[in-house]
Design a protein around this ligand. Structure first.
Ligand code: FE
Ligand code: FE
Ligand code: ZN
Length: 304
């Protein structure tokens, strides 16, 4: 079996801290993971429990998880593109603190949604993002901010490689500015994943492959160019099993961590009562390169 750096988004709970996140990742057969330092949808953050970090590092060491491959994701509502001074300043100060928390955990990648201009227009939104990053990246740090490629839902920016390039070029000290490429998002933004090498060529020309630091691996519920951003389970969406494997096993991306953010599977189709993480089964398919026709049923059976 080829070795692949693969994991998923995992939870981070106050009482179990980073140890809980590592345990969850290991339960899926992952060798990396991504966490939010609190709830993804809000910005309430506690202090990092150093003891639990220490314990987590012991567990990661015993299980070959390299902290260099672990990813922190900033909450969705942080919006550097905002023209509202209060929201913009909040985003800047939140990100400065997020860098500190990430340093305390000994990690060096934060994924960030570039932001939405919410009606102010693309040029103004992009300028706000650049101004914000110039403030956030001022200090010396080992932490990289990875701008995520977006689906272009609503007024989201970062939906083309050109926009990402414009942001990176606008930031004075952009050494620590990297990119997270999300397969669902680029599909929904209009990129054709049937030839991923072509996409990588464009990325390399415009941004430079050395900036590609994280991959989000998701199938999509919508057709190419739909600008929707609805993730689907691995191999069950419009991108499909083969094209997603082409991304994961592309030799140019061997050292880039791959993170699944596919949706939990509900116990009964359509119900919202109970749902189960798909990652153990999706990672099995990825490692074996064999599509599991019974993916959803296997997941439901396992957690029942
Ligand atoms: Fe994201
Ligand atoms: Fe993503
Ligand atoms: Zn998404």
């Amino acid at each position: 079996m080829e070795d692949v750096i693969i994991g998923s988004h995992v939870s981070y709970k106050k009482d179990s801290g980073l140890v809980g996140s590592v345990r969850e990742a290991l339960s899926y057969g992952s060798n990396t993971f991504m966490l939010y330092t609190g709830a993804p949808q809000n910005t309430i953050r506690g202090s990092i429990d150093g003891k639990l970090v220490e314990e987590a590092y012991k567990l990661m060491g015993e299980n070959n998880i390299n902290p260099k491959n672990v990813v922190v994701h900033a909450p969705y509502i942080v919006n550097l593109a905002s023209s509202d001074a209060e929201k913009f300043n909040f985003a800047v100060s939140f990100l400065k603190q997020e860098i500190k928390r990430t340093e305390e955990m000994g990690f060096d990648k934060i994924v960030l949604h570039p932001g939405s201009h919410v009606g102010a227009g693309e040029e103004i939104g992009l300028k706000n993002i650049i101004d914000g990053l110039n403030q956030v990246l001022k200090n010396d740090t080992s932490v990289d901010i990875c701008l995520e490629t977006m689906a272009g839902k609503g007024s989201e920016l970062g939906k083309t490689f050109d926009e990402i390039k414009q942001i990176i070029e606008g930031v004075d000290d952009n050494t620590h500015l990297k990119v997270c490429l999300d397969t669902c998002h680029i599909n929904d933004a209009g990129y054709d994943l049937s030839d991923f090498d072509l996409i990588l060529d464009e990325f390399d020309k415009k941004i430079g492959l050395s900036r590609l630091a994280v991959l989000h691996i998701n199938d999509s519920k919508n057709e190419k160019g739909a600008h929707k951003d609805r993730h689907e389970n691995f191999g069950l969406g419009t991108i499909g099993f083969k094209k997603l494997l082409d991304v994961i096993y592309n030799p140019k991306l061997k050292d880039v961590p791959k993170i699944l953010e596919t949706p939990y599977v509900s116990e009964v189709d359509g119900s919202k009562d109970r749902s189960f993480p798909p990652y153990k089964y999706e990672i099995e398919m990825i490692k074996s390169k064999n599509f599991n026709d019974n993916l959803l049923e296997d997941i439901r059976k396992n957690y029942k």
